[in-house]
Design a protein around this ligand. Structure first.
Ligand code: ZN
Ligand code: CU
Length: 527
């Protein structure tokens, strides 16, 4: 007796091959058999004749590190068919923490409500595992997190002893199961690192078979220099490189993704293993404080807030930030996505220049007031890329799909903000808008970029394909209707067209919604 039989679907198997019609039988958490016709009994039979059957989607770039602890059902992801998330991205993982970094972490990671009981990555993963999660989790370790734990928010090179301790934390995290070292080189304190430091740490990750994943130093005017730096770190560090959420930011730089993709191709032609991931939108999303230059973040959030409160320093910062913002499209391209303070809440979803007019302040003053009154963190969504570039990157064969979002929910604490729709829509948007409607890529190629390609990238050798013996992570969807419903105005919307999502052989989503199953596993790098 099988657990599940998926009857008669078009199997899009994750390799990029054309679909074929087959039955898929699941038993004991694995795909037991795939055949044109399976004469078998199963506890659950899913009629998939008008449906596509694909491997569960792998989110190659996720920020669910703390959201999975707040709501383990991983709603906004699993409803899209995501069964695995690669967390710890952009240099920022939930661990390792130290007494030095704990206060900032409490602030940025979970808010006051939740207690941080872990320090090491091993301990964090054990917490996640014991609470249960709906999706599989691929751990990585963030360089910014490690630097913060050892050097704090000091804007300086590490001492010899600090460097030794940072390498120790990379090694310890790799031994705990991390599959990558990630960087976020626009975010202090990670951005205080020079290339040499990153190469040295990358070498440690390389010893354990890890890869280097990078939110690069500059995705705007210095995009190509940044790609060169990432490739150099991979080459000198001796490990594969993945360029995170690849794009060109700011109208002056649109079109440069053709040059950056050519650089990736040239590196590959030299034998360097370089790939990229992408989310399918023309808007970015990060903290409003990322507008503030690096030097003003030195010392951490409290020190940064003091600078913003200091009139002359605020004016000096404004003289830098305002022209830089104009160059990236202007204040009206920035939407404020999350505000927690009572008096601020009504501005969620507003453009920054509109808030400024409402308050009778200039936009920079408004940004400062919001950041100060929120105690540092204000979420922003920023329209900064071109549709043409999104399509160019998406069509490239070495680019996989990653949301750059976290698992939110339309209810509870994760539903309070007005977030970027990528949290709910990334995968279904690629399948619906870009594959079916616009033909930017074929459906089978779109599925490959969400399954077989990332599985190979992260060494998930028993996932990402529909094959007997593979872990039974599967999605049954309607290729004719699969679509995003989330919008910038109403982001908390589950998609259309996803019928069943199966994680390790258990149904997590069916046509009635989330089943509550927490069948995800922590996919540690094997020793
Ligand atoms: Zn990033
Ligand atoms: Cu990211």
């Amino acid at each position: 007796m099988d657990d599940i039989l998926i009857r008669g679907g078009k199997v899009i198997d994750g390799t990029g091959a054309p679909w074929y019609r087959a039955d898929v039988a699941v038993a004991g958490g694995r795909i037991r058999a795939v055949a044109r016709r399976l004469e078998t009994e199963a506890r659950l039979v899913i009629d998939a004749v008008d449906r596509a059957v694909a491997p569960g989607f792998i989110d190659a770039h996720s920020h669910s590190d703390s959201a999975l602890l707040i709501n383990p059902k991983a709603e906004s992801k699993i409803r899209q068919g995501v069964t695995t998330e690669v967390i710890g991205q952009c240099g920022s993982s939930a661990a390792p923490l130290s007494e030095l970094s704990l206060e900032e972490a409490k602030h940025s990671l979970l808010g006051e409500e939740m207690e941080i009981s872990w320090r090491s990555l091993a301990e964090y993963l054990a917490v996640l595992e014991s609470r249960g999660v709906a999706v599989n989790v691929v751990p990585t370790v963030g360089h910014g997190t490690i630097r913060e734990a050892v050097v704090g928010y000091d804007d300086r090179p590490p001492t010899t002893d600090e460097m030794r301790r940072m390498k120790g934390l990379v090694a310890e995290s790799m031994r705990a199961g991390a599959r990558a070292l990630t960087t976020g080189l626009i975010y202090p304190p990670g951005s205080y690192a020079k290339t040499e430091e990153l190469i040295e740490l990358a070498r440690v990750a390389a010893e354990y078979g890890g890869i280097y994943m990078s939110h690069m130093r500059d995705e705007g005017d210095h995009l190509l220099d940044s790609v060169a730096e990432a490739i150099e770190i991979g080459e000198k560090g001796g490990l594969p490189v993945q360029i995170s959420h690849h794009k060109a930011v700011g109208p002056a730089n649109w079109g440069r993704v053709r040059d950056s993709l050519a650089m990736i191709e040239a590196a590959r032609a030299r034998g360097l293993d370089v790939t990229a991931d992408q989310y399918p939108y023309v808007a970015t999303s990060t903290g409003l404080d990322s507008l503030i230059p690096d030097w003003a973040h030195a010392g951490g959030t409290a020190a940064m807030l003091e600078r913003l409160k200091d009139g002359p320093i605020r004016a000096e910062l404004g003289a830098q930030v305002t022209p830089a913002t104009e160059r990236r499209g202007g204040w009206d391209k920035i939407l404020i996505s999350s505000l927690r303070a009572e008096g601020n809440r009504r501005y969620q979803g507003w453009a920054l220049d509109a808030i400024a007019r409402d308050r009778g302040l200039d936009p920079w003053e408004t940004a400062c007031e919001l950041i100060i009154s929120e105690g540092g963190y204000v979420g922003m969504v920023r329209f900064a890329m071109s549709e043409e570039d999104v399509k160019t990157v998406m069509a490239h064969p070495v680019v996989m799909i990653g949301s750059d979002g976290s698992c939110l929910a339309p209810y509870g604490r994760l539903g309070e903000s007005k977030p970027h729709p990528r949290n709910y829509g990334t995968f279904v948007r690629v399948l619906g808008k870009y594959a079916r409607e616009e033909g930017v890529l074929t459906l089978t190629e779109a599925v490959r970029k969400m399954t077989g390609l990332p599985a190979a990238r992260f060494g998930l050798w028993d996932r990402g394909l529909v094959r007997p013996g593979m872990a039974a992570d599967l999605v049954v969807f309607d290729p004719d209707t699969v679509a995003e419903r989330a919008t910038f105005a109403y982001p908390h919307q589950y998609p259309a067209g996803i019928d069943h999502v199966i994680v390790n052989g258990r149904v997590a989503v069916d046509p009635n919604g989330h089943t509550g199953a927490l069948a995800g596993q922590i996919l540690r790098r094997p020793a």
